[in-house]
Ligand binder design. Structure first.
Ligand SMILES: [Zn+2]
Ligand SMILES: [Zn+2]
Ligand SMILES: [Zn+2]
Length: 354
């Protein structure tokens, strides 16, 4: 295995008898660092192209940063301390001299050391040095802490000297906020479809198995009452069904609660695949026979069809996700409770079936 020679800066100096070719790197402070030409050429194609030169000036960064840079070219390593002191200079050097390993080390180190005070400087450097990961991290950092970042000197300087970049950052913050809003809305919508899907399961459970207060007409009520442990919304839905059966105003009278229940029955009919003789959910046959003819407005019809589709998808998704949970719940359910659910009845369906 080929072992890299030690950096002349670390050794006793350049031997006059050495056959190695040396290049002098000259820093902005006038310091000359002799470096093996072969090391420079193997570390970077930019240095390789300059290998015929006797001296290579590296200006614009502190002398000590150049020493650390040369050390990296020899060892492929950089201490935490040096990275902390010269991270931004090393990033610039890694970009100019095309040294990806050093660039990735600097990116990682600078991401770990982002602060309110330095984020704008690092962001500008990330943009100049084409470091996309660092650029994105800085942008996210600024967008989440904008109120404090905009009070820094860095931000004020940027506003005065680079209004286009300021605009780019503000645009990013705006887009991020819009994305957040869209994703919040999406999550909210999704949870609504999952709630409706669960309401459909609960409705079938009440109308088929019967629960505490409501059940199919041909099931006798039992005196034992235990809370339903199948659906958290079961009690509320039973109350709504009872209300729907007894309300004097009903849907056409403008009762909001009845309207909501009506929509649930209609939604059930839209997704129900059971034959009329088997399905025991009230109004199912009625809605199926009439189809969508009740909705005259085209846009409303499209909205309803979309809602049905989304609930079907939510139902399919939860049936894939939940079977295990349901099995666990079923096993945990007391036997007495299972019996209760099998026998409760309040002749509710007799009032609803049309
Ligand atoms: Zn129940
Ligand atoms: Zn009502
Ligand atoms: Zn049905």
């Amino acid at each position: 295995m080929c072992r890299r020679p030690a950096s002349p800066t670390e050794s006793d100096g350049v031997s006059g008898e050495s056959t190695e070719i040396y290049i002098q790197i000259v820093t902005s402070g006038g310091r000359r660092i002799p470096v093996h030409a072969s090391i420079l050429a193997s570390a970077s194609t930019v240095f390789e192209a300059l290998s015929y030169e006797k001296t290579i000036p590296i200006a614009g960064v502190p002398c000590d940063a150049v020493v650390v840079f040369v050390g990296f070219l020899y060892s492929g390593r950089c201490s935490e301390e040096d990275m902390k002191k010269y991270g931004i200079h090393l990033l610039a050097l890694s970009h100019v001299y095309l040294i990806p390993k050093l660039k990735s080390l600097c990116t990682k180190a600078l991401i770990e050391r982002l602060t309110i005070e330095n984020v704008i400087d690092v962001l500008q450097l990330a943009r100049l040095c084409d470091a996309p990961d660092l650029y994105l991290k800085c942008m996210k950092f600024v967008s989440t802490k904008f109120k404090t970042v905009e009070a820094t000197e860095g931000w004020k300087f940027l506003q005065t000297n680079d209004p286009f970049f300021e605009l780019e950052i503000l645009q990013f913050i705006d887009d991020t906020e819009s994305r957040r809003k869209i994703s919040r809305r999406h999550r909210k919508e999704q949870s609504l479809y999952f709630e409706l899907s669960e309401a459909m399961d609960c409705l079938e459970h009440i109308c088929t198995e019967g629960c505490i207060n409501v059940g199919p007409y041909d099931m006798k009520p039992r005196k034992i009452r235990a809370p339903c442990n199948k659906f958290s919304t079961c009690q509320g839905l039973q109350l709504s069904i009872q209300h729907f059966a007894n309300c004097k105003k009903r849907v056409n009278g403008g009762c909001v609660r009845c309207k909501r229940m009506w929509q649930l029955f209609k939604l059930h009919a839209s997704i129900c695949e059971l034959p009329d003789s088997v399905c025991r959910v009230p109004l199912c046959r009625r809605f199926k026979v009439r189809g969508g003819e009740e909705i005259k407005n085209k846009k409303e019809k499209e909205r309803w069809e979309l809602l049905v589709k989304k609930v079907v998808v939510a139902r399919a998704t939860s049936s894939l996700l939940l079977p295990k949970r349901k099995r666990v719940e079923e096993e945990a359910r007391p036997a007495a409770c299972r019996e209760v659910n099998n026998h409760h009845n309040h002749n509710y369906n007799r009032n609803l079936i049309c």
